[in-house]
Design a protein around this ligand. Sequence first.
Ligand SMILES: NC(=O)c1ccc[n+]([C@@H]2O[C@H](COP(=O)([O-])OP(=O)(O)OC[C@H]3O[C@@H](n4cnc5c(N)ncnc54)[C@H](OP(=O)(O)O)[C@@H]3O)[C@@H](O)[C@H]2O)c1
Length: 282
Amino acid sequence: MASRVWLITGTTSGFGAEFVKNLLARGDKVIATARDTSKIKHFSSQGAATLELDLSADQSALNQTIEKAIEIYGQIDVVVNNAGYSHFGIFEDESYENTMKQYQTHVFGTMGVARACLPHFRSRKAGTFVFLGSIAAWGGMPALSSYCGSKAALRTSVETFQAETQSLGIRTLLVEPGFFRTELLNSNNARYAETNIDDYKPLTEGLFKQFKQYHQQQPGDPAKGVQRIIDVVKGEGEAAGKDFPTTLALGPDAVDAIRKKCNDTLKLLEEWESLSSSTNFD
Ligand SMILES: NC(=O)c1ccc[n+]([C@@H]2O[C@H](COP(=O)([O-])OP(=O)(O)OC[C@H]3O[C@@H](n4cnc5c(N)ncnc54)[C@H](OP(=O)(O)O)[C@@H]3O)[C@@H](O)[C@H]2O)c1
């Protein structure tokens, strides 16, 4: 693939920052975005354009941001909907505000960026969306109901989005990483809501400690992960000659978790098939 214009959300650290570094090194044009652009000033001096983009903004503000972004190079070819954060809390006493904020970031804001880019992509009958989902979409985990739920909602939103736009020349890739060594579990980024319910305290105490200790111990290398994603988008490296996929598991832990979920689901389906299938009118 020739040089392209990429817009990336959440580039202050982790996958987002790796996208900027890798793409600049490959000679592509990059619009690096962040909610606080002072954190990505270094990317300007390395050749990227920078722009403020906060996923908590409403649709009209996101539309304006994307209009500004298109003006920078006259077009956008690839949008990487990357930004996100992890919120931990027990479902029973989780606040509405915390839950909404997680869904706003992972679903409404993320899909809002995609919605804002669609007229541009449709008019050119070209464009690629990359969404950073998670293996969390494949199964609930204790104290992560908002994170898992919002990534699952993103998964099906993206599937719908794909079904509506693939005949318009638009490509969409949902990437589902396992655990990667980014700043996601850094205590400054991850939110831990303590429970007020004694019954859950042993669970949260153990889990919160475990996740905090896992920061910078995750097996996945985000530089390698991003390299693979860009190869898939560009049809290069191991992805050369292969059809563009709709989803991509990233990391061996992601492959194992998704395979297990598929196998468990098939087993359950077969075990209950007779009862499940006995509900049509005679
Ligand atoms: N690392 C993993 O193990 C893993 C696994 C599965 C999925 N993911 C997904 O990968 C994506 C990137 O995360 P990461 O692992 O690279 O974590 P990270 O290093 O913490 O980076 C997250 C980025 O998202 C930005 N962000 C958070 N809320 C935002 C908002 N409202 N508006 C704009 N930007 C916002 C952060 O900016 P600030 O500096 O302003 O906070 C930061 O740049 C996320 O969607 C995450 O859910 C990660």
